[in-house]
Write a protein that binds this ligand. Sequence first.
Ligand SMILES: [Zn+2]
Length: 279
Amino acid sequence: MEIATRRLAEALPGQTIEGVLTPGINVLKTFDPPLSALDGASFTGVRRRGKLLLLDADTASHGPLTLLVHLMSAGRLMLYDKRGSLRDRTSRVLIRLPEDRELRLREFGTKQAAWIKLLTPEGLEAEPALETLGPEAWPSPPELGELLSSNRPLHSLLRDQQVITGIGRTWVDEILHAAKLSPFKRGDDLSEKEAAALREAMVSELGRVLDVYEAKVKLPLPEKFPKPTRVHAHQGEPCPRCETVLEAVFYEDYVMSYCPHCQTEGRILKDRRLSRLLK
Ligand SMILES: [Zn+2]
C-alpha cells in the first residue's frame, strides 16, 4: 500500500471528482454523508495507515471528507487514463476524474471483501478499523521488546495488525530470516539483542522492498506487484546467506519458509500439511 499511496499522492491532489459509482454491491459501508457529497469535490491528499488508504477531499456540501479504502487481499486500486466498461465484473468503485480518467477499485476472485467508507473528520477519528491498529512497522517502529512481550510465536505476532501494522505473510518470512530468528520463537522470549536485531531487520527488509517498488511500480498501478523475495516461498532453494536448503511449513492457504541453519538451530519444523496427510 505504501507504494500505491506514493503514486496516487503524486497524481490525485487537485483533481476534481466528477462522480463516484459503486457497481460493487455492499462495497460502501457508510451512508451519511452520502457518496454524492463527493460530486464536484477535489482531492486534497492521499495517506496510508497500515493497509488502509485514506483519500482526502474537499467537498462543497460537507467540508473535508475522507474516503477510507480497504482493498483486503484481492482488491486493487488503479488510476486509468480511460474509463472502463460498466460490464467489468471486477469493478467495485469507479471515481470519475476529468479528461476521461478514472480511479478504479477492482477486486479479483469471487469474494467481495474490499470496502470503502466515506467519513467526516470526526468519523475518521472514531473509525474502529484505524483505532485498533498498532504502530507502523516502517519506517521507524518503536522498540520491540515490550511491544512483542506475549507468548505467541513471532510469525503470528508480527502479522497481527493490532500489534504492529504493515507486515503481511510474505515479508514476515524475509524479516525473520534477516534477523536470524525462528518463526516459532515466542515474543516474550526475545533477548534485548534479538529484539534490536528484529527491529533493524524490519526496517531494512521493508525498505529494500520499497526501493524495488519505487523503481518498478508506475501508474496506472499494476494488477500484480513484483515480489522481491529471497526466502518466502523459496523452499527447496539454497539460503541466500548460508546455502542450506530452505524449508517450509505449509498451512491451509499460505506457506512459511525459513532456513534451518540460520533460524532454527538445524531443526526442521513440522510440516503440518504432511502430518495431516499421514493421519
Ligand atoms: Zn541460512
